[in-house]
Design a protein around this ligand. Structure first.
Ligand code: AMP
Ligand code: ZN
Length: 468
């Protein structure tokens, strides 16, 4: 797979550092409110990279953080409020209750969008010790200093500061906004907090060598990415707005601590917009995943819709286009059911020359910096191709769906009925189980599995459904 690296600003081949398992870290949600479909577009980027890596035969270890402390209302001044604290005050809940509520909602939303499970969801407040240890390392190495109970990263100690975002110290100085409220004790106005002294009313605070306080937002991603993926991992994802300051600061922290580059490829996704404006709670133009369903749209159709735009580009969300994608998804599923009725889907070894050519083109597209618009073109050509028999068309789409995650076989699955032979095997098996003849029951299970079925046992008997 090739991906565009925001740091070197070129498309490059992504090869796992250990040759086998792609290690991916995705900045996850700040759980102080419901995520909107713009956030979800960015989370789908990490999912897509994981899916393509698996499609290409790699192992994947995917880590996503859950931010539940330290993300301030203003990234660049020193006086913002913690978003978790504000939400807690607004809703009359504790910050931990807020986190639990919106973390649960996030998982529901991402599942509805076919975003697979990460291997690890790491929660910032579970890793305060890791953040403190990293902060102490940075102080020891001369990259950070304490003042008045807070610890700041000294940006001048890291000569490469600005290499990701272009916000070098010279640039920052020139563009420095005088109206920003900056802690006067800082050595440089761009120094950022690793640890902040807790004010008197603050609920979430922890003891530290510098007194009671709480971590800055950026330090969690340095601490947790290296804890779960080591100090050299392959891919780091986030939305475009995270390049600065979040990822610029993560680079300064992680590289300052370990003395070498940590992330192989930085991947950033473009914004989802509505009427030309970034989708954001503050802009009051957000759409939630649950609202898609309320409007009669399958959330997976939003997935299909996003495939129409390259991930790096901004994408405008329009309801007409959303409904169009919903129609297209229904049509695809209907075609899959028609092809399924015509016979089984053959394995790749039996595919025709034409089917193999489509498979190659699809693989090229998804491997080419996730060229999903092109992948969807290939898919559409398969659907109408006279050269590929129906069973192979279904086989191709089933394979493509490992990347697309559109549940294309849903209607085929629901329309499917077991044959008379399958039904009689199921009754024989129920009888064997009732008679506690488990050897016979197992033998029948093996026959059913051999027929391409999934066998599910419940107290009231066995049911089968078709695999693939
Ligand atoms: P947050 O929950 O605010 O920390 O944001 C989670 C992720 O959503 C980050 O990677 C952001 O870059 C991303 N994000 C925020 N707004 C949008 C948007 N309108 N379109 C795409 N991604 C977004
Ligand atoms: Zn992050």
């Amino acid at each position: 797979m090739r991906l565009y690296d925001s740091l070197t600003r070129e498309v490059r081949q992504v090869v796992p550092a250990d040759g086998r398992t792609l290690r991916v870290y995705s900045c996850g949600p700040t759980v102080y409110r419901y995520a909107h479909i713009g956030n979800m577009r960015t989370f789908m980027l990490g999912d897509l990279i994981a899916r393509v890596a698996r499609f290409e035969g790699l192992g994947v270890r995917w880590v996503m953080n859950i931010t539940d402390v330290g993300h301030m209302t203003d990234d660049t001044s020193d006086t913002g409020r913690d978003k978790m604290d504000l939400a807690a005050a607004d809703e009359g809940l504790t910050p931990f209750e807020i986190a639990a509520k919106y973390t649960a909602a996030f998982h529901e939303d991402r599942r509805a969008l076919g975003i697979g499970d990460a291997d690890v969801y790491c929660v910032a407040t579970d890793h305060i010790d890791d953040m403190l240890a990293l902060t102490r390392t940075l102080v020891d190495k001369g990259h950070a200093y304490e003042v008045g109970g807070s610890v700041y990263y000294a940006v001048e100690s890291f000569p490469e500061y600005g290499k990701l975002s272009g916000n070098t110290l010279a640039q920052l100085k020139a563009g420095h906004r005088q109206e920003l409220e900056i802690d006067p004790n800082k050595r440089h106005h761009a120094d950022f907090a690793l640890w902040k002294k807790a004010g008197p009313n603050r609920l979430m605070k922890w003891a530290s060598p510098w007194g009671d306080g709480f971590p800055g937002w950026h330090i969690e991603c340095s601490a947790m990415s290296m804890r779960y993926l080591g100090d050299r991992f392959d891919v780091h994802t986030g939305g475009n707005d995270l390049k600065f300051p979040h990822h610029e600061d993560e680079i300064a922290q992680s590289e300052g601590a370990v003395g070498h580059p940590v992330v192989g490829t930085w991947v950033h996704g473009g914004f989802l917009q509505q009427a030309g404006q970034k989708m954001a709670k503050s802009a009051r133009n957000i759409t939630r995943v649950t609202e898609l369903a309320d409007q009669g749209v399958d959330p997976l159709a939003f997935r299909l819709l996003t495939f129409g735009t390259r991930y790096r580009s901004e994408m405008d969300f329009r309801w007409e286009a959303m409904e169009g994608a919903n129609e297209r998804l229904s049509t695809l599923r209907r075609r899959m059911a028609e092809w399924a009725a015509a016979g089984p889907a053959p394995g790749p070894e039996a595919w025709s020359e034409a089917a193999r050519a489509f498979d190659g083109r699809f693989r090229d597209a998804v491997g080419d910096d996730l060229d999903m618009p092109q992948a969807v073109v290939v898919l559409s050509e398969v659907v109408t191709s006279a050269a590929v028999p129906p069973g192979e068309r279904r086989a191709l789409l089933l394979s493509f769906d490992e990347v697309l995650g559109l549940d294309l076989d849903r209607e085929a699955r629901e329309a499917w009925e077991p044959t008379a032979e399958m039904r009689s095997l199921v009754s024989e098996r129920d009888a064997a189980r009732a008679a506690r003849d488990f050897a016979a029951a197992d033998a029948i299970r093996d026959r059913l599995v051999g027929m391409g079925l999934e066998v599910m046992d419940a107290a009231d008997g066995t049911t089968v459904r078709r695999r693939g």
